[in-house]
Design a protein around this ligand. Structure first.
Ligand code: NAD
Length: 441
């Protein structure tokens, strides 16, 4: 089967590569010429564990290629995936201009039956707009090729994207015709051999499923952060509370870790977009509005602890920062809480020395030389007044604390991810602050 994937970002590149891995003939397309030139040289635009090897292997086998030429690749594609960005517009709604531009281009160039699949996260009703845009382009050419649209939201997690794509919890596909169902079933068959379910449904339900999933996960995080803040006030330990509730099968132990707020390219924008979709249709998403509000405030919680410890004026103080990306195992800096914390510290006159195993190059695009970037976690803490743990990369979990203490000027740790034990930190001579536990507990 021949597949075009349009938009070669986190989702498009992983999707295209994984389809090639199971034997499909895939062209990944992007308008970013630099990105495509680099991919053709074997240089990947993103970090994702396992992706580089898989890309190189499939390019070598001739199953995967990269191009800026949508017109050429779409001509003999059975399926075209739209995987371009849907960033938030000024008012929080998903900006569909990239999706619809691609739909128009597909219509302008297809020359036989094909399925146009929206993989980007899009509000309910978008596939209908995609269908209209494709049809308008066909009409403008005076041709009438039959085509189907489908909605196939993507649930991969950055940092585990390959694993998620190859062994999905579920595949959700919104379809309107039996032909499209048959093609989509054939396409995903290699991923279903281990019994993972494929769930066919109507198109609007598939579009809504993605927003409902992300909003539910964001809700769990904000709920737990709210509980954490109250634990701190009341003298309870959220780490214990988390274990206590997580052992209840109805609640589950995933996504209930307190921290410094969710970030990344998906949760913030998808929560906003769902709130906006609802309000445009006369309904208020009261819970999701609160989820956003809690999250915005949570991004400043660690800095508030810094202020309580050091006072408002941080001039002359240097802060080591471990981790910059919004979560481990990715270089994605979109909406990362680190950016807010850094902004607060710089505005208060402090300096930041940061180390992240993967995300420093990406972080430099937005941070420039406002902070210093160093080569490892120990260099970051040299002469620092305090350490802020911002991303829970595995290599930060068990550092040599004697070495950390000997290198630091101050002995203060602000742990935004609750990865250390308060008692151990105290025994090692640190002032230790974390989330949802009163300092000194
Ligand atoms: N990143 C994730 O973890 C994730 C997970 C699930 C779903 N999604 C959704 O998938 C979609 C893509 O997200 P992403 O993170 O991969 O975005 P991204 O920004 O990493 O990549 C989007 C790519 O589309 C390209 N593009 C834009 N217009 C184009 C056009 N007209 N023709 C060809 N290429 C074009 C851009 O140059 C860019 O390379 C979004 O809707 C997002 O919400 C993302």
């Amino acid at each position: 089967m021949k597949i075009s994937v349009i938009g070669t970002g986190y989702v498009g590149l992983v999707t295209g590569t994984c389809f090639a891995e199971v034997g499909m003939d895939v062209v990944c397309i992007d308008i970013d010429k630099n990105k495509i030139d680099n991919l053709n040289k074997g240089i990947l635009p993103i970090y994702e564990p396992g992706l580089e090897d898989m890309v190189l292997r499939n390019v070598e086998k001739g199953r995967l290629s990269f191009s800026c030429n949508l017109a050429e690749s779409i001509k003999d594609s059975d399926v075209a995936f739209i995987a371009v960005g849907t960033p938030p517009g000024e008012d929080g709604s998903a900006d569909l201009k990239y999706v619809l531009a691609v739909a128009g281009e597909i219509g302008a160039n297809m020359n036989s039956y094909g399925v146009v699949v929206t993989k980007s996260t899009v509000p309910v009703g978008t596939s209908a707009k995609v269908k209209k845009a494709v049809q308008e382009s066909l009409d403008a050419r005076g041709v009438d090729f039959k085509f189907d649209v489908a909605s196939n939201p993507e649930f991969l997690k950055e940092g585990a994207a390959i694993e998620d794509f190859l062994k999905p919890d579920r595949i959700v596909i919104g379809i309107e015709s039996e032909d499209a169902e048959e093609i989509m079933r054939k396409l995903y068959k290699p991923f279903l051999l281990n019994g993972h379910p494929i769930i066919f449904m109507d198109v609007p339900s598939a579009e809504m499923t993605k927003y409902a999933a992300n909003s539910m996960l964001a809700t769990k995080i904000s709920f737990m952060n709210d509980i954490a803040n109250l634990c701190e006030i009341m003298g309870a330990d959220v780490n214990m509370v988390r274990k206590g509730i997580g052992s209840d099968g109805r609640i589950g132990n995933k996504f209930i870790y307190p921290g410094i707020g969710y970030g990344g390219s998906c949760f913030p924008k998808d929560v906003k977009a769902l709130v906006k979709t609802a309000s445009e249709n006369g309904y208020e998403m009261r819970i999701l509005k609160a989820v956003e509000e809690v999250n915005d405030a949570q991004k400043s919680v660690l800095f508030n602890k810094v202020k309580t410890h050091f006072g408002e004026n941080l001039s002359g103080k240097t802060f080591a920062m471990w981790g910059l990306s919004f979560k481990p195992k990715t270089d994605d800096m979109r909406e990362a809480p680190s950016l807010i914390i850094i902004d607060h510290i710089l505005k208060a006159g402090g300096k930041v020395k940061a180390y992240d195993p993967i995300a420093m190059e990406e972080a430099k695009h937005s941070l420039g030389d406002t902070i210093s970037f160093v080569n490892d976690e120990y260099e970051a803490v040299e002469d620092a007044d305090a350490l802020l743990v911002v991303t829970e990369w595995p290599e930060f979990r068990s550092p040599n604390f004697e070495k950390v203490a000997s290198l630091m000027k101050g002995k203060v740790i602000f742990d935004g991810r609750n990865i250390y034990e308060a008692a151990e930190m105290k025994a090692a001579g640190f002032n230790y602050y974390c989330i949802g536990v009163r300092s000194g507990n």
